[in-house]
Write a protein that binds this ligand. Structure first.
Ligand SMILES: C[C@](O)(CO)[C@H](O)COP(=O)(O)OP(=O)(O)OC[C@H]1O[C@@H](n2ccc(N)nc2=O)[C@H](O)[C@@H]1O
Ligand SMILES: Nc1ncnc2c1ncn2[C@@H]1O[C@H](COP(=O)(O)OP(=O)(O)OP(=O)(O)O)[C@@H](O)[C@H]1O
Length: 354
């Protein structure tokens, strides 16, 4: 492609995004049967991977902590007639922003993804974890009435960062639909669907800070959350979680028993020693991660820096938001995506009173 053609192509893509954005009307999500949801990111203060199990997953002890950084979701549910559903399904044929789910193919889900991360994230509705959450919850509770679900996701959490954005969006949809469908938030079926969607989804139903085991989805107990400032630094390239675990199998790296014992008995997030034995595998797949680690350690001190999950975001805990902002600015100047934020007590939740 010539330079001019490339520029035209980029302009076209930008115009398309702008046109889509112009169609977004906040009014769609006002009034009855609508809600706004907060969907936070997480970091793993501890990730101690153990043996590979028969189902391919690995045992994992982890301490997750929610961040103030979050996506915002808007959800609208509309009961419609079977004829109306059939008509809308026919009209949506070939569109990637809609998908049909539920036990009787009775849910028409439309997802409008507004990417604020600069990644130009494009995910077909059928592949979106938010859709899978709606589909599986409907199946789990036998929700078979014709219904249109409209979802807008404003993404601030970069994908493939080990920050759990997709999992958090799925948890937010579970919380929103449980409310819309009169299912108690603590219903076992909600937690079960969460676990079936991925290792991280269950955490976001609780949020704050928690110690989990199993494959990282069984909540053991909560810890007192911290409010420390955080700076996130992410390389452009991502790391596939599955590939990181595969590499870990090829070159295992046992977790330190000493750190594990300390973190298992911690009652506050601030007492947790940072450790991640999946990090060497991720660094082997994406060597730039070690550049970020070394650079961030110079800024924030060795013991305050860690890769989150399978990466590719590395975080540093610092004392003030001003310090987090200073480091984020310097990281951005080096060509990395970076954000100042803080640890928080957030969970996937409905924003009250709107
Ligand atoms: C790295 C972490 O983010 C730490 O919180 C999680 O362990 C991964 O969470 P996630 O992205 O929700 O991952 P999932 O979608 O459940 O799994 C992606 C892939 O990672 C591998 N996987 C994940 C979790 C786990 N305990 N053992 C694994 O081996 C599996 O190959 C799986 O197919
Ligand atoms: N709602 C969603 N938001 C972001 N990514 C999604 C979503 N639904 C599906 N995905 C897919 O999942 C992939 C990983 O997204 P996500 O941001 O959850 O990964 P991650 O930051 O590595 O999280 P984790 O810590 O759970 O591994 C994306 O590349 C995308 O293709």
């Amino acid at each position: 492609m010539t330079e001019n053609a490339q520029r035209n192509r980029e302009a076209e893509v930008n115009l398309l995004a702008a046109a889509r954005e112009a169609q977004w009307s906040a009014a769609t999500f006002m009034g009855p049967n609508t809600m706004k949801l907060v969907s936070p990111a997480k970091v793993n203060l501890l990730l101690a991977i153990g043996a590979r199990r028969e189902d391919g997953y690995h045992d994992a002890d982890t301490v997750m902590h929610a961040l103030a950084l979050h996506d915002t979701l808007y959800l609208r549910t509309e009961d419609i007639s079977a004829d109306e559903l059939a008509k809308r399904v026919a009209d949506s044929e070939g569109r990637v922003d809609t998908a049909v789910g539920g036990p009787a193919e009775n849910l028409l889900v439309t997802i409008d993804l507004s990417d604020r991360t600069g990644q130009d994230l494009e995910i077909a509705a059928a592949d979106n974890l938010a859709f899978k959450a709606a589909d599986r919850l409907a199946r789990a509770v036998g929700r078979d009435l014709p219904e249109a679900i409209q979802l807008r996701i404003e993404k601030h959490i970069p994908a493939q960062g080990g920050l759990g954005g997709g999992s958090s969006n799925a948890a937010a949809v579970l919380v929103g639909l449980a409310k819309a469908w009169d299912i108690p938030a603590d219903d076992d079926r909600v937690a079960e669907v969460a676990r079936s969607l991925g290792a991280d989804v269950a955490f976001f139903l609780h949020g704050g800070c928690a110690l989990l085991d199993g494959v990282g989805e069984v909540l053991q107990r909560t810890l007192e959350p911290s409010r420390r400032a955080v700076v996130l630094v992410k390389t452009e390239g991502g790391v596939s979680t599955a590939a990181a675990y595969e590499r870990f199998d090829a070159v295992p790296c046992p977790a330190s028993e000493e750190v594990l014992a300390c973190d298992r008995s911690a009652t506050k997030a601030d007492e947790v020693l940072l450790a991640n034995n999946l990090a060497p595998a991720a660094e082997a797949l994406l060597p730039e991660l070690s550049d970020v680690r070394v650079w961030l350690a110079e800024q924030a001190g060795e013991g305050n820096v860690l890769l989150s999950g399978s990466g590719s975001a590395t975080f540093a805990l610092v004392d003030t938001f001003a310090e987090a902002s200073r480091i984020a600015t310097a990281a951005t100047a080096r060509g990395w995506w970076a954000r100042p934020t803080s640890l928080s007590g957030l969970r996937a939740a409905i924003v009250p009173g709107r």
